[in-house]
Ligand binder design. Structure first.
Ligand SMILES: Cc1cc2nc3c(=O)[nH]c(=O)nc-3n(C[C@H](O)[C@H](O)[C@H](O)COP(=O)(O)OP(=O)(O)OC[C@H]3O[C@@H](n4cnc5c(N)ncnc54)[C@H](O)[C@@H]3O)c2cc1C
Ligand code: FES
Length: 308
């Protein structure tokens, strides 16, 4: 498996803090003016599973490369010329200004076309868009990073952030579930996360195969993983990424454990077109998922009718 870790010097993020998770209506006018396109070259493609690939992108213009800044949880609009554009979470470290990584599942028209392109292809990105996870607010606490399936893609940027500021956090537990062992993504990084970054990694699948059983891998629902974890609820935050159905039962479970709803953060996915509050395609009630979200605290999501 290719080594996708990069040794890039850290730089401070000098972009204004858009980190608020709850809809902040004063923020909208600013977010509606973040449209900016960047030409990119695809520099590496890694096939992760039959349906998911990791695309490494490099902004072509060196000056633009230094301008592009994002925060964990933000997304961009990726355009494949001739096919259209799709919202995709940025799945790399926000201190890596040389390359961007996008973990993409083949879903339909644009993403299927993306699966046919090769290294060296030209694409364009717009963004970054949306709210982000409040990493500074979480510092000094335990954090539960909980991902189901492709949910590991948006979770990777906060995970990199934590790894790069590890001394600012207490216990970090990464709970990761998939349908089958072969669908677990980024397995080649597990050892690094555990050994170097002292992340406690807990994995579970719905249906284990013989190899999984031999390794004594766990089988069941992601919440089963909490059986082995002691939770200091007063001192914990959680980020939950995955299919919407997962938010209900994982956040419901965390709520029962006693973690306040405004300390649980989720990333909502809606169909999007402009990504900047202009087309109204992503609206839930009067909330724009693209600029008020996609990151919301669970309390706000509970108060958004039909959000999940
Ligand atoms: C903020 C945000 C971040 C995202 N991050 C990622 C990511 O990191 N990796 C990734 O693979 N995908 C991500 N998605 C989903 C991705 O945008 C869709 O899979 C993509 O737009 C599908 O486009 P398409 O033209 O290939 O498929 P289409 O032909 O447009 O549709 C194919 C199928 O996908 C469904 N679909 C389309 N758009 C969405 C959507 N936004 N959410 C859920 N289902 C959709 C359609 O209902 C249809 O069933 C994200 C979506 C959002 C809103
Ligand atoms: S995607 Fe156009 S308003 Fe949100």
């Amino acid at each position: 498996m290719p080594d996708l870790r990069f040794v890039i010097p850290r730089q401070d993020i000098n972009r204004e803090d858009f980190a608020s998770s709850a809809p902040d209506f004063n923020r909208r006018s600013e977010m509606m003016n973040t449209d900016r396109g960047f030409k990119c070259r695809i520099t590496n493609i890694v096939r992760l599973t039959e349906h998911e690939k990791l695309f490494q992108l490099r902004i072509v213009d060196p000056l633009e490369r230094t301008i592009f800044r994002f925060k964990p949880g933000q997304f961009l609009m990726l355009e494949l010329p001739g096919y259209g554009d799709v919202p995709i979470s940025i799945s790399s470290s926000c201190t890596n200004h040389e390359f961007l990584e996008l973990c993409i599942r083949k879903a339909g028209h644009v993403t299927s076309a993306l699966f046919t392109v090769e290294e060296g292809a030209s694409v364009a990105i717009r963004g970054p868009f949306g709210s982000s996870f409040p990493m500074d607010e979480m510092a000094g606490h335990n954090v539960f990073l909980i991902a189901g399936g492709l949910g590991i893609a948006p979770l990777r940027a906060p995970l990199f952030w934590i790894n790069e500021h590890r001394d600012r956090f207490l216990d970090i537990n990464l709970l990761y579930g998939a349908k089958e062992p072969s669908q677990l993504l980024f397995t080649w990084q597990f050892e690094e996360w555990e050994m170097i970054n002292h992340i406690r990694l807990h994995t579970i699948v719905e249906h284990g195969d013989a190899a999984w059983r031999d390794k004594r891998g766990k089988t069941g629902m992601i919440t089963n993983l909490f059986d082995d974890i002691s939770v200091d609820v007063k001192n914990s935050y959680a980020i939950v990424c995955g299919p919407p159905i997962m938010f209900k039962f994982v956040c419901g479970y965390l709520d029962k454990l006693g973690i306040p709803m405004n300390r649980m953060f989720v990333s909502l996915e809606r169909r999007m077109h402009c990504g900047m509050g202009k087309c109204c395609r992503c609206m839930v009630g009067s909330t724009f998922t693209c600029i008020d979200g996609p990151v919301f605290d669970y309390w706000s999501v509970m108060n958004l009718k039909e959000a999940i």
